[in-house]
Write a protein that binds this ligand. Sequence first.
Ligand SMILES: [Zn+2]
Length: 309
Amino acid sequence: MNLSDLARDFQSEDECIAYFEKMRWPSGVECLACESKRISHITTTGKTKKIRRLLECLECGKQFSATCNTVFHDSHIPLRKWFLAIQLLSQAKKGMSSCQIGRTIGVSYKTAWHMTHRIREAMDAALGNYQLQGTVEIDETYIGGKPRKDLKTGMHVVRPKIPVIGMVERNGLMRFQKMAKVRSKDLRTMIAQNVSVTARVMTDESSLYDKLPLGLNLKHLTINHSQRQYVNGFIHTNTVEGAFGLLKRGIVGSYHRLSYKHLQRYLNEFEFRWNNRKEKDIFSHILIRAAKSNPLPYALLTAPEKDTF
Ligand SMILES: [Zn+2]
């Protein structure tokens, strides 16, 4: 699906709602209160004269909308605009700024910012508890740290560098994870959680990787960058470095100011696109995930969180 397919297939809000219903309830709409499948579609006009399309349970009388309790919960933005935003964000290899998405679909920056975070929420944890298999390259990089002009004060501020660990299966799936500090023991825990003990791990010569979780240590191969050895036959970390390259170009080009708090969502976005690069219908895939994701109210998204620096 590309943008023109999207424009052709979803010309009205009704078509979008019908499609989302199909993604959310593949075997027919189910009441959110009593799970009955005896549902009728109704339209009401509220005080603002806006048409509301609701579902009404013929069993218990509950009225709800197709987007109720999903990531689109309580949104006043038409699904048609949501669909466009999802399409834009899922196809942009290096991401797309909220500014540009806002301009393209015709909403304010603040609205676009909230929308894109909710889309990232739907992209989150797509791998679940999956552990990376086969040959897995692991490396660390740092995001930020360059002076940036603060838009409010006009002063240049230096944000702390945030360490990010990349774990990438060769020809397969990957995971990016932000860390508060890079310490050997934290790395070990993270690798134990994300990499199968049957995998063969490749890293650079950094002493951070001297002690891997038991079982992985025996199959651990290193490449010595300090001696200008970048590829030694099949021992290399080119895949994970390529993934970091894409992430950094995206962050420089599209996402200029990333806080520690929100960084993981951006990482999830890059991870999701990488892991679904062969998926034919990534758009529907995100919609299905959006239907299963919890609401993410603006207040929760912007609530202060203590940075771990
Ligand atoms: Zn019911």
